[in-house]
Design a protein around this ligand. Structure first.
Ligand SMILES: Cc1cc2nc3c(=O)[nH]c(=O)nc-3n(C[C@H](O)[C@H](O)[C@H](O)COP(=O)(O)OP(=O)(O)OC[C@H]3O[C@@H](n4cnc5c(N)ncnc54)[C@H](O)[C@@H]3O)c2cc1C
Length: 426
């Protein structure tokens, strides 16, 4: 076991505090020197890319930190395809692309790494540009059995077709991805409408948002108070006019402010200054992400449930938030993937947080998370497996609700590609 001087410098506090067994930086080294370091039952290798989840380091397990040796970014100007290492974080990708007037549909934070892309990747711009996985052009990496793989869209042989599809949404279970080729997008200005609202106003705005065109999306957070971001991208004056018309109704909400940005990279969602929730480095947390379709007539009952959930939150850091997808994400986009719930138009997530050494509070908070999940299942029956929970009792159910009728294919693939289960278990 490591002492406190050897903890992993990552943003997720659970992983930061983990007493990992060993830190390695090279995939090849792991496979070449593997003298059964992962011998014990239930042990597996932890992979760290952005380091934003509770899975990138765990007590007594080895972490492969991709940030040191897999951090290159290169844009090919002729094709506008950017190649990134498996340890690149979205903020660095965006800063690099901004210099070339290009962009990528990253999520609501610049902190996540390749895990964002490989688990689907839902952006405020996804309604126009699809999920992050829909923009993957190529990958390089290693299967759990140590075999090197290099795959390119449109050049996939039949025997690699299932691997290619599973990389898009389920890669962490059977592969270590060291390089990803991504289609980039032209950078356009963004209009944001943001501010604090009450739950009646949220109800009205959700109803309105379910009629938004592809270039507008709503994201909200219900923490101490409710805060919303309406994100609208416009390519020209005509689209700017369209946005104005679509958002005319919002004029009556006096707390909402309108802002303009040169591109997506300039925006910082959930800024610290807003004090939306208690940011406490002494807390540990878990997050569960759900998926479902438009609420339509269920908006009032959903808001009632949401108020009940928030009234019962056991710690000031706990919150529920949601982001909107749909339009382009409903299409298959260059072939099948393991993001199976393509009909989804909302991804809410429940953030559960407790004082890190308070096991009693942890139990209460996790109970709140599971009860809140149960309440929201009626509206959002599926799971977006953006966070791996193989250390939690809900893992099996989450797998089933994330991969639906493709779960058996994934298990078969894991048996072949990762027979010793060196990567997170299914
Ligand atoms: C502040 C914040 C905002 C977020 N916003 C969004 C959002 O808007 N949309 C959205 O879809 N998600 C969002 N997420 C969720 C986030 O994208 C996922 O949790 C993602 O898995 C984090 O990836 P990471 O590389 O940062 O995490 P890590 O903790 O480094 O990795 C998580 C796991 O992913 C797997 N993994 C990572 N990299 C690789 C690799 N190269 N090869 C194989 N497996 C790998 C490993 O199993 C690893 O343990 C957000 C998360 C945070 C913390």
């Amino acid at each position: 076991m490591k002492n406190n001087h050897n903890l992993l410098e990552v943003s997720n506090i659970n992983s930061k505090d983990a007493l990992y067994k060993k830190l390695i930086y090279n995939v090849e080294d792991f496979f070449l020197n593997d003298d059964s370091e992962l011998s014990k039952e239930f042990e597996h290798l932890c992979i760290c890319s952005g380091g934003t989840t509770s899975s990138c380091a765990k007590n007594g397990l080895i972490t492969l930190d991709l940030r040191k040796n897999y951090n290159k970014i290169h844009l090919e100007r002729e094709t506008n395809i950017v190649t990134i290492g498996g340890g690149v974080i979205m903020g660095d990708l965006m800063n690099y692309l901004e210099k070339h007037n290009r962009s990528f549909p990253i999520g609501l934070s610049k902190l996540p790494g390749a895990g964002y892309i490989l688990t689907g990747g839902i952006s405020p711009l996804s309604r126009s540009y699809g999920l992050a996985i829909d923009n993957i052009e190529s990958i390089k990496g290693f299967l759990g059995n140590g075999k090197f793989i290099s795959l390119k869209k449109n050049q996939i042989s039949r025997d690699k077709q299932l691997i290619w599809e599973a990389i898009k949404g389920a890669a962490p279970f059977f592969s270590i991805i060291t390089e990803i080729g991504l289609r980039t997008i032209q950078s356009y200005p963004i209009q944001i409408i943001e501010g604090f609202i009450n739950s009646n106003e949220l109800s009205e705005i959700i109803k309105l948002s379910e009629g938004f065109p592809a270039n507008i999306s709503l994201q909200w957070i219900y923490a101490k108070k409710i805060y919303i971001y309406i994100v609208a991208e416009f390519k020209d004056d005509l689209e700017k006019e369209g946005i104005k018309e679509n958002l005319l109704t919002l004029k009556k909400f006096s707390t909402l402010e309108q802002k303009f940005y040169g591109n997506l990279n300039e925006i910082n969602f959930f800024a610290k200054e807003l004090e939306l929730f208690e940011l406490n480095s002494k807390n540990h947390s878990e997050v569960i992400s759900l998926l479902g379709e438009d609420l339509k007539n269920d908006v009032p009952i959903f808001i009632k449930y949401l108020n009940e959930i928030m009234d019962n939150k056991p710690n000031n850091s706990c919150y529920v938030a949601s982001q909107q997808l749909g339009f382009k994400t409903k299409q298959l986009n260059h072939g099948s993937s393991f993001f199976v719930h393509r009909k989804s138009t909302w991804k809410p997530w429940i953030y559960a947080s407790w004082k890190k050494n308070d096991l009693q509070e942890k139990e209460v908070v996790m109970d709140w998370m599971y009860k809140s999940w149960s309440k929201l299942k009626r509206f959002y029956p599926n799971i977006h497996l953006a966070q791996l929970h193989n250390h939690l009792n809900s893992h099996r159910e989450e797998l089933q609700l994330a991969f639906g009728n493709r779960i058996e294919e994934l298990k078969t693939l894991k048996n072949i590609c990762d027979p010793q289960s060196i990567l997170p278990p299914l």
